[in-house]
Design a protein around this ligand. Structure first.
Ligand code: F6R
Length: 366
C-alpha cells in the first residue's frame, strides 16, 4: 500500500509528479493554449467581475491560499484577502455583493472552514471551493468548485494536496487573467507550457533526495529553525516551517525575509539553521542581502537556488539547486525540497512521520 516507500509521507511527496499532472489533466490544453475549469465555468462571469476574493482555510490549505493571493493579484488583477477560517467565522466579516469567498480544504471536512462557508453563504456571498475529497462537506455546501485530483492523502502532514491546491489556483488565476486581457496570448501560452512541463522539473528535484537526506544529518539535533522567503516564496517558507514542526517537533518559524531585522534576527547564532528560498526572481538581490545579514551573525544558511548561482553558493553554507521556472510557478518547485528535509529530519529523530503526536488528518473539532 505504501508502494515500496517506508512511509506514506515519502510516497506522497514522490507522487507529486503525478498528482499535479492529474490535477491539470483535461483542464490545461497545451495545443489550444487554453484552460478550462469545468466545475466553475458557470461562475466565470462572476469571477471576471469580482471586486475581491476572500480565501479561507486552515493550516497548509491556508498557506496555499497565501500563494493564491499572490497569483490572483499578479495574474488576474483581483484583490485578495486570505483568512484563517477560524478567525473569519467568529468575526462579523464584511462581505459585499461582488465578493467571492473561496474555501480551500484537502479533507473538505475541516469544521472551521465548513463554518466559514456557511457564514459566507448566509451573508449572500458566492462561495467556491477547492477540495480534494470528492463529495465532502465543503464540496457539497459550496456553490461550485474545482477538485484537486491529488488522490487520497494518508500521511497526516499535507504534501501533495498542497501542490495540487496551488496548481488549481494557478489555473484559475491564469484563465481569469487571460479572459480579462491582462495576460497576452503569448504570455498565457508561455505559462501554460511551463505549467504543463512542471512535473518533469519536480522529478528532477526528487532525484536529489539522497543529497538532501545527507544534508539533514547535520540538522537533526537543532532545537530551532527559521525559514525565509519573499513574495510568493514567503508562504512557502511558512509551509516549510509547519512541515518541520508538525512531524519532527523542532520549533520552526517562517518569516518574510525582510522582517528578520525587526526582531527574529536576535535569534541567530551558530546553532540556528536558516532555510532561505533564494531563487533568481524579482527579490533576488534583496534576498542575497538577507543571507549576508544571517551569515554575518554566524547563522547556518541552507539556500534553495537556481542552477549556476555562484553568488549565493559563495555565501551560504549549503545550497540545493531548483530548476528554473517562471516566478509565479516556482512555489510548486521550492516546497518539494522543504518537504523532503522535514521528512528526513523526522525519520532521523525517530518520529512517527505518518501519524505525528496530537494531530489528526481531518480536524472536525472547533
Ligand atoms: C498540515 C496539515 C493541516 C491541514 C489543516 C487543514 O500538514 O495537514 O495543517 O492543512 O488541518 O486541513 P484541510 O485542508 O483538510 O481543511
Amino acid at each position: 500500500e505504501k508502494g515500496g516507500f517506508p512511509h506514506f509521507m515519502l510516497k506522497e511527496i514522490f507522487e507529486q509528479v503525478y498528482s499535479i499532472r492529474d490535477t491539470i489533466r483535461g483542464r490545461v490544453n497545451l495545443e489550444a493554449s487554453e484552460i478550462f475549469l469545468g466545475g466553475i465555468s458557470e461562475m466565470l462571469p462572476k469571477l471576471l467581475q469580482a471586486d475581491r476574493i476572500i480565501i479561507v482555510g486552515c493550516g497548509t490549505s491556508w498557506h496555499a491560499g497565501l500563494v493564491g493571493e499572490y497569483l490572483l493579484e499578479e495574474l488576474a488583477g483581483i484583490p485578495v484577502e486570505v483568512e484563517y477560517a477560524s478567525e473569519f467565522r467568529y468575526r462579523n466579516p464584511i462581505i459585499r455583493e461582488k465578493d467571492i469567498v473561496l474555501a480551500i480544504s484537502q479533507s473538505g471536512e475541516t469544521a472551521d472552514t465548513l463554518a466559514a462557508v456557511r457564514l459566507a453563504k448566509e451573508k449572500g456571498a458566492t462561495v467556491l471551493g477547492i477540495c480534494n475529497v470528492v463529495g465532502s462537506g465543503i464540496a457539497r455546501e459550496t456553490d461550485a468548485g474545482v477538485y484537486t485530483h491529488a488522490g487520497p492523502e494518508i500521511g497526516v502532514a499535507s504534501t501533495k494536496a498542497f501542490t495540487a491546491q496551488i496548481a488549481v489556483l494557478t489555473m484559475l488565476a491564469l484563465s481569469i487573467g487571460h479572459k480579462k486581457g491582462l495576460l497576452s496570448d503569448e504570455k498565457y501560452r508561455n505559462y501554460i507550457q511551463e505549467l504543463y512541463h512542471l512535473p518533469n522539473k519536480i522529478n528532477e528535484i526528487l532525484k536529489k533526495d539522497e543529497e538532501i537526506q545527507q544534508l539533514t544529518l547535520l540538522l537533526k539535533d537543532c532545537p530551532n529553525a527559521i525559514y525565509l522567503g519573499r513574495g510568493c516564496q514567503y508562504p512557502v517558507a511558512l509551509e516549510g516551517a509547519l512541515k518541520l514542526k508538525e512531524i519532527s517537533y523542532i520549533h520552526a518559524e517562517g518569516y518574510p525575509a525582510a522582517e528578520m531585522k525587526h526582531g527574529p534576527i536576535a535569534l541567530i547564532d551558530e546553532k540556528m539553521p536558516v532555510f532561505v528560498i533564494a531563487t533568481r526572481d524579482t527579490y533576488y538581490e534583496k534576498i542575497v542581502s538577507n543571507i549576508k545579514e544571517v551569515e554575518s551573525r554566524k547563522g547556518n544558511v541552507i539556500a534553495l537556488i537556481n542552477p549556476g548561482d555562484e553568488i549565493v553558493k559563495d555565501i551560504a553554507q549549503q545550497t540545493i539547486e531548483i530548476p528554473d521556472t517562471l516566478e509565479s510557478l516556482s512555489p510548486l518547485l521550492t516546497v518539494i525540497p522543504l518537504q523532503l528535509i522535514s521528512y528526513h529530519i523526522a525519520v532521523l529523530r525517530g518520529c512517527n512521520v505518518d501519524m505525528p503526536r496530537n494531530l489528526a488528518k481531518s480536524v472536525t473539532v472547533e
